[in-house]
Design a protein around this ligand. Structure first.
Ligand code: AMP
Ligand code: ZN
Length: 478
């Protein structure tokens, strides 16, 4: 197989791996569907945003001038994708006895704190749905003027039958595919695949978030925010749009319909969709309450960045099943990698130089080419990690090794070359202490409390304090 010298990406729209050619020379617009901020960010989200981060890093490494935009869904995402049920934010507010505004702020902050710990860089533009209501209203007005909408007592709806090729992203025939699927329907909605652009506040319902509009007081449907904000920041056609595979049949299908109906132009050139992180074979999700947060990971003495390493071991289009054993192995590998890189770094700083023979020059060039080829081939991070180990094991001069590793790390973002800093890198708990902690948990679960106490004292004598919580135990350095 011949691999070309360009970035190749799998495009959900064409179901093919294509050469990446942006619309405007070196300028690239990337729009990422961001989190719905009504509950804790879990490690399934981390998987998605780590890959967005790697994609943007790779584009920048390839000298593209990237604008990375990510939205924050802080209104309008209903419990059911069929435009019924409560707004997730308002539901979160009731659950916590706070306003929807406070809930959104709290979970947005939590999201970014989580992302900082796994070394995910901030997007260039972070846009909240609630801050761009006028833009959403004017897009709906445009669709209304063009005859794509109808209004019922519940709100303004997009008529999916008026848009040719509705469902092209998911590859379905709308009515046939979804007639039985969306059982719960809004009264007055004409077709199962029609979707809300603007929802009117129902009489007698109190909402924290609502706005005046030409159709009455209410709030935007979930999909319109992404079309309005991406157009505002990236223009009518975006180069790359990312999201989880759950977004293909509804959210992204509807984004395409409303955007292309309004502009008459292609909305997105390359659709990139990430597969899920599973737990016991089921999607990890807030609504199923089967998730772990980053805090759960840290409590069990794992470094946040070990999670990043773990996720990079699986290709983004494949499912990944989370287990503690896999995380343990990823952490061991990451530590080994980091310590080997540290040795090389010291050698380079000491100025240890070896001459580059003809044979080694060829080797260095081959290592560089191989690594670049695999990462450019639809972000093959598992093979890229294999290349990193190959570089480490090779007998090329340390200065060349170091340079190659710098490039790898620029793209993978594992923080291999950085000195530990408090915000991005939590000092690892020594393996010996981790083992003792696990032994103690095991003894406690077997109700061998005297023995467990002896292990605790052992840990304390080694300079660590044990913290017990209902679900787990952790240690803190004294
Ligand atoms: P949400 O906050 O649920 O709207 O999700 C934000 C993004 O995270 C979406 O692109 C989802 O597809 C993605 N996501 C949610 N759960 C998972 C998971 N278990 N694995 C991978 N991505 C996920
Ligand atoms: Zn979106």
């Amino acid at each position: 197989m011949q691999i070309k010298n360009t970035l190749r990406l799998y495009n959900t729209l064409t179901r093919e791996i294509e050469d990446f050619v942006p619309g405007n020379d070196r300028k690239v617009g990337v729009y990422a569907c961001g989190p719905t901020v009504y509950d804790y960010t879990h490690i399934g989200h981390i998987r998605k945003y780590v890959f967005d981060d790697v994609l943007v890093r790779l584009l920048r490494y390839l000298a593209y001038d990237v604008t990375h935009v990510m939205n924050i869904t802080d209104v309008g995402h209903l419990v059911s994708d069929a435009d019924t049920g409560e707004d997730k934010l308002e539901k979160g507010a009731r659950r916590e006895g706070k306003t929807a505004w406070d809930v959104a702020k709290f979970y947005e902050d939590y999201f970014f704190k989580t992302m900082d710990q796994v070394l995910v860089s901030r997007p260039d533009v972070i846009c909240r749905a609630t801050e761009y209501i006028p833009e959403q209203i004017s897009l709906i007005q445009k669709l209304e003027a063009l005859g794509f909408t109808y209004t019922i007592s519940d709100g303004v709806y997009f008529d999916s039958t008026k848009f040719a090729n509705y469902g092209k992203l998911a590859g379905f025939i709308p009515e046939k595919q979804l007639a039985g699927a969306r059982v719960e329907q809004v009264a007055g909605k004409k077709h199962a695949t029609d979707f809300a652009l603007w929802k009117l506040t129902s009489a007698g319902i109190k909402r924290d978030m609502e706005w005046e509009s030409p159709w009455g007081k209410g709030f935007p449907g979930w999909h319109i925010e992404c079309s309005a904000m991406s157009m505002k920041f990236l223009g009518d056609t975006i180069d790359i749009h990312t999201g989880g595979i759950d977004h293909i049949p509804i959210h992204h299908t509807n984004e395409i319909a409303q955007s292309e109906a309004a502009t008459g132009k292609q909305f997105v050139k390359y659709w990139i969709h990430h597969n899920f992180l599973l737990v016991n074979g089921t999607k990890m999700s807030k609504s199923l309450d089967n998730y772990y947060t980053l805090e759960d990971i840290v409590k069990r003495s794992f470094m946040p960045v070990a999670l990043r390493y773990l996720f990079l071991q699986t290709h983004y289009r494949q499912e990944s099943n989370f287990t503690w054993e896999a995380l343990d192995a990823a952490q061991t590998a990451y530590r080994e990698l980091k310590s080997q890189v540290a040795v090389i770094k010291t050698q380079v700083e000491k100025g240890e130089r070896q001459s580059l023979s003809e044979e080694k020059l060829v080797k260095v060039n081959n290592l560089r080419k191989e690594f670049k080829d695999v990462i450019r081939m639809d972000l093959n991070t598992p093979q890229t990690l294999a290349c990193v180990w190959q570089i480490l094991k090779s007998n090329v001069p340390v200065i060349d090794k170091y340079e190659l590793l710098m490039i790898c790390d620029e793209i993978l973002g594992l923080g291999l070359l950085e000195v530990a800093s408090a915000s991005s890198y939590i000092e690892p708990i020594p393996g010996e202490i981790e083992k003792l902690l696990r032994l103690r948990s095991q003894l406690r679960s077997e109700k061998k409390f005297n023995e467990a106490d002896r292990v605790r004292k052992d840990i304390e004598n080694k300079g660590y304090t044990v913290i017990d919580e209902p679900e787990s135990s952790s240690v803190k350095k004294n």
